[in-house]
Write a protein that binds this ligand. Structure first.
Ligand SMILES: O=C(O)C(=O)C[C@H](O)[C@@H](O)CO
Length: 254
């Protein structure tokens, strides 16, 4: 059996914009529903959502059933054990939050790789290797793994290029909410200074040839970021979409 191609990683490398959505509801049917809406990627969030490693597996299985969508799993923290567990159960694309230095980005890369280049613990028989049916999984695993690091603080922004150009980093996601807080505007992701920092980061990442990512429910801002060259854009979060739709229903009935 062949190791599955990581379509998301290939698309980023080829510069094909990827449109995604955030999955924060710990229910695989929601991940399945979102994948079925023609998104290129579905972010399964274990940082801010009540999801543990075991909750991600059925979401991976649900998303894998769709020919277009790719699962990107956000780990809770830049931790080599957590990263190992998500990779072993079959996640091919990981997003690592709150990276603020070259060293932290290098640690995340090492966690994605087997020795001698990394520290990923070796278990030949996992879901990732299709229970051993991908005979050469250990040798070929890395080429289909995708690492997205999040830069979402002033400190990270100050070191953006040195983080982004770490060998093994496949993209940089700019976290608007945390960045806003770090810049002194908590809860104000649309503040002009935050918008300027995000747009500047997209341009800086483009200048060093590294795909950038953003999350925004503002369609106009999403289009502006795509015009600036952002590589992967999440258009919203399932919990927010549901809450606003439900509230609008209630308001609409008077
Ligand atoms: O800082 C951010 O913004 C992100 O990293 C995305 C958020 O964590 C997401 O949960 C929406 O608030």
């Amino acid at each position: 059996m062949e190791n599955p191609i990581n379509r998301f990683k290939v698309a980023l490398r080829e510069g094909r914009p990827q449109i995604g959505i955030w999955n924060a509801i710990p229910q695989p049917m929601i991940a399945e529903l979102l994948a079925g809406c023609d998104f290129d990627w579905v972010l399964v969030d274990t940082e801010h959502a009540p999801m543990e490693v075991r909750d991600v597996l059925p979401a991976l299985q649900a998303i894998a059933a769709h020919p277009v969508a790719s699962a990107v799993v956000r780990v809770a923290i830049n931790d080599w054990v957590l990263i190992k567990r998500h990779l072993d159960q079959g996640a091919q694309s990981l997003m690592v939050p709150y990276v603020q230095s070259r060293q932290e980005a290098e640690a995340a890369v090492r966690a994605m790789r087997y020795p001698p280049l990394g520290v990923r613990g070796v278990a030949g028989i996992t879901r990732a290797s299709r229970f051993g049916l991908i005979a050469d999984y250990i040798a070929c695993a890395e080429q289909e793994l995708c690492l997205i690091v999040q830069v979402e603080t002033r400190a990270g922004l100050d070191r953006l290029e040195e983080i982004a150009t770490v060998e093994g980093v496949d993209g940089v996601f700019i976290g608007p909410a945390d960045l806003a807080a770090s810049l002194g505007y908590p809860g104000q992701s649309s503040h002009p200074e935050v918008i300027a920092a995000i747009e500047g980061a997209i341009a800086r990442l483009g200048a060093v040839g590294v795909p950038s990512g953003i999350l925004t429910s503002d369609a106009a801002f999403a289009r502006r970021c795509m015009a600036l060259g952002v590589g992967f854009t999440a258009l919203g979060i399932d919990i927010a979409l549901l809450a606003h739709a439900a509230a609008a229903l209630r308001t609409g009935i008077g």
